[in-house]
Design a protein around this ligand. Structure first.
Ligand SMILES: [Zn+2]
Ligand SMILES: [Zn+2]
Length: 180
């Protein structure tokens, strides 16, 4: 796969903010939790997890809004300052190092279908999950499901987060950064 083929451009509705994912994501979550349902006003959120330094702003800037989250630790939602569309979130788990990019804001969202369905315990009953895609009632361990390349990227990321926070990090476990 060449580099250009794996980049993804996206942006808000008013087009003030434009961004580019400079590689494919680590993993794509389709989250059926009630919090995501409320935040999207729909049935689930589709989030592509990617290292923050692989999200390049091409135009405009985002406004970061502190928002409550299911974990109680809060999330930061990056929105267009003009049309207020949400572009990505950062959650407490991995802090600012990992962005959960809202797949629906990509120009071609069809390229990033879910790698897993999570929190299906609160899935709206009319949503029928496709066979062949992993689905879990709540959460899961990345070590069991992420592709090798993503686990390697995650190890690099975790080492950097740990170094930045001056060790004593509890993020070295095998769970991916919590999404809510
Ligand atoms: Zn906008
Ligand atoms: Zn959720």
């Amino acid at each position: 796969m060449n580099a250009v083929a794996s980049t993804h451009d996206g942006g808000c509705t008013c087009r003030q903010v434009r961004y580019r994912l400079t590689s494919g994501p680590l993993f794509v979550h389709c989250c059926h939790c009630r919090w995501c349902q409320r935040e999207t006003g729909a049935s689930f959120a589709l989030n592509a997890m990617i290292e923050a330094d692989r999200v390049e702003l091409l135009a405009g800037d985002v406004e970061v809004v502190d928002t409550p989250s299911n974990s109680g630790k809060g999330q930061k939602i990056a929105r267009c300052p003009r049309c207020r569309i949400a572009l990505w979130s950062n959650y407490a788990g991995a802090g600012d190092a990992v962005r959960f990019v809202r797949v629906g804001t990509l120009d071609d969202p069809d390229r990033l279908p879910p790698d897993i369905h999570i929190f299906t315990a609160s899935k709206q009953p009319w949503v029928v999950l496709p066979p062949g895609t992993p689905a879990v009632e709540e959460y899961y361990k990345a070590s069991a499901l992420w592709p090798k390349e993503s686990l390697e990227r995650r190890a690099v990321l975790m080492a950097a987060v740990k170094a930045a926070s001056g060790a004593a990090s509890d993020t070295a476990g095998s769970s991916p950064p919590a999404t809510s």
